[in-house]
Design a protein. Structure first.
Length: 448
């Protein structure tokens, strides 16, 4: 009888005090693949390219789970506090049980995605990472968008989806204020930090025991962005300036650690209502420590031996009638080192889909990468051109007819071929002197 009364009381309490609403969102991709000739799925990427075209060319399980919660809201006001968290998981999906070895051997993304057949334990090829944990005070100055934030965060990231290429991504631990209405646009200011390991100081790592000096180098990036400038009908411009510099301790300065700084300028024009989709055109220029920027990395690096980097990108999606949609992307990047070496990277890709029904379509992705290394950019004997072409055909079932609809399940076949300077591709699966490869597989991808 007492047990029944307690149960009824708990039910009544739960009904009177509903659980707070929690926002649940995330992303994942996972599947299985194989390589012609035997072995696990091989993935194809030009040597020296920061990314690759991704359809039928992803060799890992990757997942992000995010929970957000409005912790407080001011009565009769738009002001509120919001808590945001995100955890990421990655593995080579080699076994049902997959764990992080805890010693770094399973946590290297190259081991998971590329060299896993050589270096990674088949039951210890995973890594879990806290990607976001921050608080946001929203609704300042009478604007729902104006926000003060602090913590670890994905900060206003810009990417090319079909290549998973985050060309403007200042994520990490930091703080700032964003979306301040200032004239015709909105101003955002941020301070974000990243840390380089002992490879960055130019002297090694034997300082702690002898000198009491840490070998790692702290870098700060200060960001100012101005967005929402309407230039034309359905067209807007965003401008950004980031300054990054090493923040050396007195001991590091005394020992002569490398101390680099640099700037990065970005201009991005977004055209909405463009042939039933959108187009983005981006120009970026960076110097010294900021010139090392790559995929998922708009940070400062004190080990930079670069003089400058410039990059032009264009990407988007369009509709070609009621049955065909198309993603497209192209970019050119040039980096020059302090001693005159250079690396130029050109890439182009398209992904059309043909819609058979609302939920079934066929996708074709064709991409080409060309990486040209000159004047000893990577050292003696590194000069030459790396070329790679990738073609993927996929049959897809997805939750709606849009090219952006998810979840999606796809059966795919991928074929890639490359020149001699690109070997090896996924060593241990393909032969070292192979110049082409074919894979088949099935993959699921979702965001919500």
């Amino acid at each position: 009888m007492k047990k029944t009364i307690v149960t009824l009381a708990l039910i009544t309490f739960a009904g009177a005090s509903p659980a707070p609403a929690v926002d649940f969102h995330g992303y994942f991709r996972s599947g299985i693949g194989a390589t012609a000739g035997g072995g696990d799925q091989s993935c194809f990427q030009a040597n020296g390219a920061d990314t690759k075209l991704r359809l039928g060319n992803e060799c890992e399980t990757y997942m992000e789970l995010a929970l957000g919660y409005e912790a407080w809201k001011k009565e009769k006001s738009i002001e509120n506090f919001y808590i945001d968290t995100r955890v990421a998981y990655k593995s080579g999906h080699q076994n049902d049980w997959s764990e992080d070895a805890g010693d770094g051997s399973g946590s290297n993304s190259d081991a998971i995605s590329g060299d896993r057949a050589v270096t990674s334990h088949p039951y210890r090829d995973s890594v879990v990472s806290v990607r976001e944990v921050n608080a946001q005070y929203r609704g300042l100055f009478g604007s729902e968008r104006t926000t003060i934030w602090a913590g670890k965060r994905f900060y206003q990231r810009h990417d090319i989806h079909m290549a998973d290429f985050y060309y403007w991504d200042l994520s990490g631990a930091g703080g700032g204020i964003e979306y301040i209405q200032a004239g015709p646009g909105e101003l955002s200011l941020a301070w974000v930090r990243n840390t380089d390991g002992s490879w960055a100081n130019g002297l090694g790592d034997d300082f702690w025991e002898d000198e009491g000096v840490r070998p790692n180098v702290i870098n700060n990036v200060f960001s100012a962005r101005y967005a929402g400038l309407e230039l034309n009908t359905n067209g807007s411009l965003e401008l950004g300036l980031e300054y990054g510099a090493a923040d050396l301790t007195d001991g590091q300065e005394r020992l002569g650690f490398k101390d680099e700084d640099g700037f990065m300028f970005t201009a991005e024009h977004t055209q909405g209502e463009f042939l039933g989709g959108f187009n983005k055109f981006i120009v970026q220029y960076a110097t010294n420590s900021m010139a090392m920027t790559g995929n998922n990395d708009t940070h400062s690096h004190s080990a930079s031996n670069l003089d400058y980097m410039w990059r032009i990108l264009d990407h988007g999606s369009i509709k070609l009638g009621s049955k065909v949609e198309l993603m497209y992307a192209a970019w050119y990047e040039s980096k020059e080192s302090d001693d005159g070496g250079a690396k130029d990277w050109f890439a182009i890709g398209i992904r059309p889909i043909y819609k058979w029904t609302e939920t079934m379509n066929t996708a074709l992705e064709v991409g080409y990468d060309n990486v040209n290394v000159k004047d000893g950019f990577w050292g003696e004997g590194s000069d030459g051109t790396r070329e790679l072409t990738k073609v993927t055909l996929a049959q897809q079932w997805q939750a709606g007819e849009s090219i952006w609809a998810r979840p999606v399940i796809r059966l795919f076949v991928t074929h890639a071929f490359w020149n001699d300077n690109n070997t090896p591709q996924t060593p241990g699966i393909l032969e070292i002197d192979d110049s082409d490869g074919t894979t088949v597989g099935i993959q699921a991808e979702a965001w919500w």
